[in-house]
Design a protein around this ligand. Structure first.
Ligand SMILES: [Zn+2]
Length: 394
């Protein structure tokens, strides 16, 4: 893609570890969680404008990222960088009008009174779902979810076979609108695709937030196509943030993504040792803190105490909220607590939880060094909870 096509990006001026607290953090205990929303103005009141997406796709200052079944597009070749701790990775960001011109037929109505309608219909025909992510520093951000296009492309479809969609190999010809690749071709030939767990530890806080929102909504649209009340097909509305049931008899009900709350608790004893556990479903040697979903009719505190008791046999006295971050695999919200144990006698069920143990800081770092223990990955809230207890990154 050309230099013009790649929107300029000023987010690298902002480091992952800014010197001030994240403005939206509710606590100062875990203020820099990698997937937590940070610095993007959602502008919720603009979402129900049916022409918003078309208008933004006509604007060169709009930046468009690509998302597919929860994975985000990064420039080709950068995918291998996820294995290097210090590497910085950026999203593939395209100018709004460049993306508009990649959508077949979107240009046909551009000079008429029905310009917005033409773009809207073209986007719908392409089976892409555009998502308005919000604004930051005079740029509007859109995620183009191409998951459905990929599925459609696997089935022979005359609409996808035309000269306009011909594969274009060399960079210079990409600049000529008559020979531009389709979105799918660009996505396949010019991008690597990475999951949030791999992307977030290498990304700026803003791009990690954009990617988290886009991946969450992408996975929701991928999984839900029908109204859960009447079974009629739905369409994306509110600029990608909701779906509308197509059944008038069901009042064209609006359906929002469901978020599943989960609690995660770092439990310490009177000697400030940390309780770590190994679950049967995890890789050998992998240890983390206690976690589980909030049950129906339960508050967060009850869930944290119940999970601790079920998984480790430990009763918690005081419980302090320390932070939260979305965990969209596919739709959780992790809420973290620090819990103080009443006693230290561990009982595991041996089924879900295989083992649990108290570790001092010295024992913990020794176990990591020898390979006896592996810690949670750098995108997880568990990692930050354990680092907070340990007092440093490890
Ligand atoms: Zn319905």
């Amino acid at each position: 893609m050309t230099d013009q096509a790649l929107a300029e990006d000023d987010e690298d001026k902002q480091s992952n570890h800014a010197s001030m607290f994240a403005p939206l953090a509710l606590t100062h205990v875990l203020p820099f969680l990698p997937l937590a929303q940070n610095g993007v103005d959602y502008q919720v009141d603009r979402r129900d404008d049916p022409e918003l997406i078309a208008r933004l796709l006509g604007d060169d200052s709009t930046r468009v990222m690509l998302v597919r079944s929860g994975k985000v597009a990064i420039p080709k070749g950068q995918g291998k960088l996820v294995d290097y701790d210090v590497a910085k990775i950026r999203l593939t960001m395209l100018a709004g009008s460049y993306v508009r011109d990649l959508i077949p037929h979107a240009q046909s109505g551009m000079r008429t009174d029905t310009q917005a309608e033409a773009v809207r219909n073209a986007v719908q025909d392409s089976q892409c779902i555009p998502i308005f992510l919000g604004t930051r520093a005079d740029h509007a951000y859109i995620a183009l979810d191409i998951s459905q296009s990929v599925i459609a492309a696997e089935v022979p479809n005359p609409r996808n076979v035309s000269a306009d969609n011909a594969f274009v190999a060399d960079e210079s010809s990409l600049a000529a609108s008559s020979a531009r690749p389709s979105i799918l071709e660009l996505a396949q030939s010019r991008c690597d695709w990475v999951g949030l767990r791999e992307f977030a530890p290498h990304a700026s806080t803003v791009e990690a937030s954009l990617a988290t929102t886009a991946a969450t909504l992408s996975m929701w649209h991928r999984a839900q196509h029908y109204c859960p009340y009447c079974g009629t097909a739905t369409i994306s509305v509110y600029s990608g943030w909701a779906q509308r049931c197509q059944n008038a008899a069901d009042d064209n009900r609006i359906i929002f993504p469901r978020i599943e709350p989960a609690v995660i608790t770092a439990i310490v004893d009177a000697q400030d040792r940390l309780l770590l556990q190994h679950n049967s479903a995890w890789n050998p040697g992998f240890y983390s803190v206690t976690a589980g979903f909030v049950e129906a009719g339960e508050n967060l505190e009850h869930a944290a105490r119940r999970e601790a008791r079920e998984e480790t046999g430990i009763a918690i006295s005081d419980l302090i909220y320390t932070g939260s971050q979305p965990w969209p695999f596919p739709s959780s919200l992790m809420m973290s607590f620090k819990g103080y144990a009443r006693d230290t006698a561990i009982h595991v069920d041996g089924v879900e939880t295989q083992s649990a143990r108290w570790v001092s800081r010295d024992e913990f770092i020794r176990a990591l060094t020898t390979g006896e223990m592996q810690a949670p990955g750098k995108a997880t809230i568990a990692r930050y909870m354990i680092e907070e207890w340990y007092g440093a990154e490890f």
